[in-house]
Design a binder for this molecule. Sequence first.
Ligand code: HEM
Length: 259
Amino acid sequence: MQSKLPAATANVAARTRAVRKSIWPARLDWIQSASGLVLALFMWVHMFFVSSILLGKDAMWWVARAFEGTFIFGRPLPWLVSLMVAGILTLLIVHAMLALRKFPGNYLQYRAIRDHVKDMKHGDTTLWWWQVVTGFALFFLASVHLYIMMTRPETIGPYGSADRMWSEHFWPLYLVLLFAVEIHGGIGLYRLAVKWGWFDGADPNATRKKLKTLKWALTAFFLALGLATLVAYVKIGIEHAPRAGEPYVPAAEQSAPAK
Ligand code: HEM
């Protein structure tokens, strides 16, 4: 009787050849880079909007209502925010799904990359490992945040957000999320610039050094801004705890105190 092995082996070889010729791995890499770039740039913009609380409660209230289209449609439409969050969530899922290809898939692969990182002591390899670790944490941390933002958009505001941080105990999640996202995004942008040679001049090594300095400076800036913002919300949350759940009324709409 003829063995089935040669035919099976031939099949595997044919499939391997077909996979090798496919343009899809390159396409998937491009989609992963593009989705990562959009998410990282979104996070910068996001941090500026969220930190509007540092300018005062009215400023943050104005930003939150602006995203609901209040000043265009004459009334707040929170579902506009839900729609935007759904878009970001979809992008995050696509990005995470593609990133899974790069994760160690079993213990042997995990040991190999850990030993490699330890033996090489190469800065960029170590950064890659931290990107994997923080990316894994983001699967869970970012999902919780986005789900709340998508389903409770009307609660976003100086008191609603501060109550969530303090009275609803979200500040520990936000603290870890802040470090994970800033480290992950910073490394991601740096690696994108190096990978696609965006700023390569006559001396790519000198460019890489400058990029790394810029990367750490940006990470430090956004961590400082994020921590100051977190503290501001927590302080408001503590003060507002006895009236948690009550929405903020902007100064212009507050009635004058009774004489
Ligand atoms: C990848 C997606 C996202 C990540 C990783 C992320 C991360 C964070 C982090 C770390 C904080 C805490 C800020 C601080 O510590 O100073 C925060 C707060 C906040 N984020 Fe996001 N965010 C994401 C998407 C969004 C989206 C799409 C919205 C749109 C509504 C949003 C709205 C807010 C608001 C309003 C706060 C203030 C606290 C609250 O109301 O719960 N975020 N986010």
